[in-house]
Design a binder for this molecule. Structure first.
Ligand code: BES
Ligand code: MN
Ligand code: MN
Length: 456
């Protein structure tokens, strides 16, 4: 349900809500860069201030790095409790010269707001706060109890959040959790995400000779770390693109026929996707559709690699070291810790004597499959239909959100609603990230409707 008065209130306040979003987006809360720590804190304070203005009580909780915002609405006795999660940190904005307007000077053009964090996740998080403002503005009270949990370390793996959840179990007790940090199926086709991929992200450092050597004097008698790295990386995949690490697929839950049919029946425009990506051909595992490959099958990607001389001209050396960052997207029921072990064991075994190899674990996130048959899911479906004017589809997403499994493990909560207001072409983590103001509007409407549908 969404009363006409709330609906009109939202329409009339879109300009003000967009102004608030622009202010939020102008805070460069890049969690991975130490020089932005004060900005990350400022973004946390901004979120808390917004919530306090809505009558929430709450505080910032320090963690090992960036604070958690935890706040709750004025108690409505007997009403259910919804926990809302979002993240106020963002990815670094580089490459800067590819932005048409600066990443932290939000610009509105063609119905979109452009800025780092617009869709991931500030714009989506703010929809819930604006929905609260609208409901309170009209009714003076909420139909439901809300807890807002906003963190500043999502983009760096939520490494301190598990402990925070464990330490605040009582304060986080809820009937359902809503997270808007994914996207619709396509612009204007809303979706509820029921599966996410997990992540196992490692760095490999290979060292050979004590220092860079003259390749004429010493070439031919020592292992070249850059060559070893290339050989190792090459052996991680089979010629058909599947992953060659022994045991890698052991725990993969095979897609069932009904689900494959359901996925195949969803609208998808592969030519438009190629066009968006700027590629003329797709790659990937044989026997699976593009949608399956990008959401329901595990992957291995080299995210970066280095070693030796890459400056102008030529320098004849054997580098002393080389390295790479490699990440694997995991699917149910793969376990990040186990994949980590299989990976490091395999790579170690591929490295010849004469070089040393070291690993650094960067992120772990568990894959997610949520129960679609719950009353909270039905409430979310109705809310989205009210907000978007269309029934949502169900889909899997290929990205990872560490908090989801942390919530399941630490809070024993299975009612998790992944309600993406963004569009697949919003460009999260890319230059010119954006959020459609229509999606912002429909997200606020859906969030407000969700409060009432869950309370019904
Ligand atoms: N919001 C994204 C995850 C996402 C994006 C899910 C699109 C579904 C569709 C989140 O902020 C993110 O970027 N997560 C990281 C993982 C994290 C451990 C750094 C990711 O997926 O790379
Ligand atoms: Mn996100
Ligand atoms: Mn992200």
């Amino acid at each position: 349900m969404l009363s006409d008065r709330i609906s009109s209130f939202i329409d009339e306040h879109m300009k003000a809500f967009t102004g608030e979003l622009a202010r939020f987006l102008s805070i460069p809360s890049v969690s991975t860069l130490g020089e932005h720590a004060a900005d990350v804190l400022a973004a946390a304070e901004w979120v808390l201030r917004q919530l306090k203005e809505c009558g929430f009580s709450g505080a910032l909780y320090p963690t090992g790095r960036h604070p958690v915002v935890l706040a709750r609405s004025a108690e409505v006795p007997g009403a259910p409790v919804l926990l809302i999660y979002g993240h106020y940190d963002v990815q670094p904005p580089d490459p800067l010269d590819e932005w048409l307007t600066p990443p932290f000077s939000p610009d509105i053009r063609d119905g979109y707001i452009y800025a780092r964090g617009a869709t991931d996740d500030k714009g989506q998080l703010l929809t819930y706060i604006n929905a609260v403002q609208a409901v309170l503005g009209v009714n003076g009270e909420l139909p439901i109890n809300l807890i807002v949990l906003a963190e500043g370390e999502e983009e760096i793996g939520s490494t301190n959040l598990g402990k925070f959840l464990a330490d605040h179990r009582e304060q986080l007790r809820a009937d359902a959790v809503a997270i808007s940090d994914t996207s619709q199926l396509a612009p204007g086709i809303p979706a509820i995400t029921y599966a996410l991929r997990g992540l196992c992200y490692l760095q490999i450092d290979i060292r050979g000779p004590r220092f860079d050597l003259h390749s004429g004097c010493f070439g031919g008698i020592v292992h070249n770390p850059a060559q070893v790295l290339a050989d190792v990386l090459q052996k991680l995949k089979n010629p058909d693109g599947s992953i060659a690490i022994p045991g890698f697929y052991d725990d993969v839950l095979a897609l069932e026929q009904w689900e494959r049919q359901q996925m195949a029946a969803q609208p998808s425009d592969l030519d438009a996707l190629k066009n968006y990506l700027g590629v003329c051909e797709f790659a990937g595992e044989p026997g699976y559709t593009v949608t399956e490959r990008s959401t329901a099958r595990p992957t291995l990607d080299i995210n970066g690699l280095w070693g030796g001389f890459s400056g102008e001209g030529a320098k004849t050396i054997i580098p002393a070291k080389a390295g790479a960052k490699v990440s694997m997207r995991l699917v149910p029921n793969q376990i990040p810790e186990k994949i980590d072990q299989l990976f490091t064991r395999f790579v170690r075994q591929l490295c010849p004597a004469g070089v040393s190899v070291e690993f650094a674990g960067l992120h772990h996130a568990g894959p997610v499959l949520v129960n679609r048959n719950t009353s909270a899911m039905r409430a979310a479906e109705r809310a989205i239909e009210i907000g978007f004017g269309k029934k949502p589809r169900f889909k899997r997403d290929g990205g990872s959100i560490p908090v989801v499994n942390l919530i399941r493990e630490q809070l024993e909560q299975e009612n998790i609603l992944l309600l993406g207001w963004g569009s697949p072409d919003d460009g999260p983590h890319s230059p010119n990230e954006r959020f459609s103001l229509d999606d912002f509007h429909r997200g606020i409407r859906s969030a407000a409707a969700l409060f009432f549908e869950l309370a019904r």
